[in-house]
Design a protein around this ligand. Structure first.
Ligand SMILES: Nc1ncnc2c1ncn2[C@@H]1O[C@H](COP(=O)(O)OP(=O)(O)OP(=O)(O)O)[C@@H](O)[C@H]1O
Ligand SMILES: [Mg+2]
Length: 277
């Protein structure tokens, strides 16, 4: 499988704390990777380093063969806006904008005209089960609906990789599972890779692979370097509650559009904006 995103020997320290102690991770095209591990083990730090939000102290990050960790902040910011999509624990939608404009915003930041951006944004609502909610403001949506809007926003610019850090952490279990499935299906169906931090072992079942992080290291049992199966294989997990720091600068990310067919569990699910919306 072609590697889309690769981290080599990533090291990150916060004072005396070694948050990442030399971590390698390779993410294939369209691959969904779940990152699990106890609170404080380095999951968010790993995600932030891979996503160009945080500069590692050591190691390298490559996107499609191009080294990105040494880019200037300005370039990394542009990269985050165009090649990456982000979904965070609390959607982070702009409260004063209708849902469709929240989705359209990254497209407009990328230079798409307002009319085209809103038109493209609207195509996501049907496939994500949000038909009729285009004009609602985030405060008028349920938590699960708001996260689906965040998923649409993450995919609207058609990113190479979507990063999600506990995207269902603020939802009840059933809603969280529905939302996570949509996230996995929508990213996979659109050929975007997914790197998702989760504490929910159930979530790992919809991903292709689970990577376990402990004390700033990826466990050997996590399967790094193993051949990647085309379907999904679940991995065991454990519960863990963690709280959540802030996410640094993601105010200016953008992201992309989707279309897809998938289903880690064998069911064909279509998430094709503009087709079945
Ligand atoms: N900005 C920071 N300043 C100082 N220490 C930090 C900072 N960010 C993370 N750390 C430390 O680095 C380690 C890894 O943190 P990280 O946020 O990556 O953990 P995590 O696995 O995401 O945990 P959780 O499940 O609670 O979100 C922890 O010991 C944490 O206290
Ligand atoms: Mg975290």
């Amino acid at each position: 499988m072609t590697a889309v995103l690769e981290g080599f020997d990533l090291v990150k320290r916060f004072g005396a704390t070694v948050a990442l102690g030399g971590v390698a991770l390779r993410v294939g095209r369209g691959e969904a990777v779940a990152i699990m591990g106890p609170s404080g083990s380095g999951k968010s730090t790993l995600l932030h380093c891979l996503a160009g939000i945080m500069k590692p102290d050591g190691g390298e990050v490559h996107l499609l063969g191009q080294r990105i960790d040494t880019m200037r902040e300005r370039e990394r910011s542009a990269l985050r806006r165009t090649r990456f999509g982000f979904v965070f624990q609390f959607g982070q939608l702009l409260p004063e904008l209708p849902a469709e404009e929240n989705v359209a915003l990254p497209l407009m930041l990328g230079g798409v005209s307002r009319g085209d951006a809103v038109r493209r944004a609207r195509e996501w609502f049907g496939p994500l089960g949000l038909g009729g909610m285009e004009g609602r403001r985030p405060g008028e949506l349920s938590g699960g609906q708001a996260q689906r809007v965040a998923i649409a926003r993450a995919l609207a610019t058609r990113p190479a990789v979507v990063f999600a850090d506990e995207p269902t952490g603020a939802l009840d279990q059933a809603t969280g599972h529905d939302t996570m499935r949509l996230l996995v299906e929508a990213t996979r169906g659109n050929d975007a890779s997914l790197v998702v931090v989760t504490h929910d072992p159930q979530v790992a079942r919809w991903c292709d692979r689970t990577v376990e992080v402990r004390d700033g290291q990826v466990l050997a049992s996590a399967g790094y370097g193993a051949p990647l199966p085309p379907g999904g294989h679940g991995a065991g997990g454990y519960g863990d509650s963690g709280d959540f720091g802030d996410f640094g600068d993601f105010g200016d990310f953008g992201d992309s559009g989707v279309s897809g067919v998938s289903g880690a569990d064998g069911t064909a699910t279509r998430i094709l904006p503009g087709v079945n919306g």
